[in-house]
Design a binder for this molecule. Structure first.
Ligand code: SAH
Length: 352
């Protein structure tokens, strides 16, 4: 049986499913899920992320978090956490860059929030020297000082989609027609949680809501508010989303999200307004990734690395710098949001 057969059997027996349920099943079904069964990252996989493009990304994030830890008086012990660590590359680069920060590694308990058994195994190889502990959900984070990074984590959380009809909303669903998966719309209903979207949408507009995002931000922000710490959340998206951003990527090319369930990565743009407003602690302005990395000194770091390189290695480094920072590449599409405690400043690179 394939995931498509499983989905068609379910929908035939129980009726159409919401986009959230479809996305969640495709990504994390225990037997057939996209993340559950494979390491999708890198040139040979389906997509590539900033830490896989260059070591500079994880290094600068590690240094920003370590500086924030020092600015808060080096609280000891603390949780150093990553949500959705992929191959563990970002955290490995962050740890290498912060090895010289006095007391930082000794005070850190490394906690990785990861749903995929396949990726946990890859992370174990990358990070075993730092004795990581894995948890299933951000709700299970230790009740302690928290320094956390999440890169391309929130875009993988399943979304609901709603199309406006008058003052009501029709939820987008996945059904079956002639043996194929198709999109459809549920009957119109009032959605009290979407009341604020009646002001900025028109008839027929489609909006998205990520139900798991607010509890995740609450779990992170509550620890930072109560105990101290900081979080850096990096993803593609913007302040308040509008329109259908559900997308599927397979071997670095866009595909129909319904065509190959469980075989393609499914993501949606992140609504940074919804994330910020769910955080029970102060949050920074949302800024483009390119600006954030420039402020942290990515160009100086690239120049230092370039002095030791020649030929294609040097060309690759220059390309990587451009990909991470240039507005036409990842520099503008990706945004950074920081969380921090009352009475402190956001981590370096961000403004209150
Ligand atoms: N941060 C990494 C990987 C991004 S891919 C990088 O930048 O390279 C998304 C990551 O989030 C994967 O590790 C995936 O397995 C994990 N993930 C997706 N949904 C999750 C969930 N609901 N709970 C925990 N981890 C999840």
């Amino acid at each position: 049986m394939s995931l498509r057969d499983h989905l068609i059997a379910r929908i035939t027996a129980q009726g159409p499913m919401s986009v959230t349920e479809y996305m969640g099943t495709c990504l994390l079904h225990p037997t057939y899920g996209y993340y559950t069964t494979r390491d999708p990252l890198g040139v040979a996989g389906d997509f590539i992320t900033a830490p896989e493009i260059s070591q500079m990304f994880g290094e600068l994030i590690g240094l920003s978090l370590a500086q924030s830890w020092m600015d808060q008086g080096c609280p000891t012990p603390f949780t150093l956490a990553e949500a959705g660590p992929g191959r563990g590359t970002l955290m490995a680069d962050a740890l290498r860059a912060t090895a010289a920060v006095p007391g930082f590694h000794e005070a850190a308990e490394l906690v990785l929030v990861e749903a995929s058994p396949a990726l946990r195994a890859v992370q174990a190889d990358a990070l075993n020297a730092h004795a990581p502990r894995w948890i299933d959900s951000l709700a299970d984070l230790p009740d302690a000082v928290l320094f956390l990074v999440a890169n391309e984590f929130f875009d993988a959380l399943p979304i609901r989609q709603f199309q406006r009809e008058g003052r009501l909303w029709r939820e987008r669903q996945v059904g079956v027609k002639d043996g194929a998966l198709i999109f459809g719309l549920a009957p119109a209903q009032g959605q009290p949680a979407l009341a604020h979207r009646l002001d900025d949408t028109r008839e027929g507009d489609l909006i998205e809501d990520c139900p798991a995002a607010a509890p995740a931000m609450d779990a992170i922000g509550r620890r930072i508010a109560q105990h101290g710490g900081a979080a850096l959340i990096i993803d593609y998206g913007d302040w308040r989303s509008l329109g259908d951003t559900l997308q599927a990527l397979q071997r670095h090319a866009p595909v129909d999200p319904l065509a190959t369930p469980g075989e393609a990565d499914l993501t949606a743009h992140v609504d940074f307004e919804a994330l910020a407003q769910a955080a029970p602690c102060p949050f920074s302005r949302v800024i483009p990734q390119g600006v954030f990395l420039e402020r942290l000194g990515i160009t100086e770091r690239a120049n230092t690395l370039a002095q030791r390189l020649a030929g294609t290695a040097r060309d690759r480094l220059i390309m990587a710098h451009r990909r991470l920072t240039h507005p036409e590449e990842m520099g503008n599409l990706f945004k950074v949001l920081g969380l921090y405690p009352q009475g402190h400043r956001p981590p370096p690179g961000l403004d209150p």
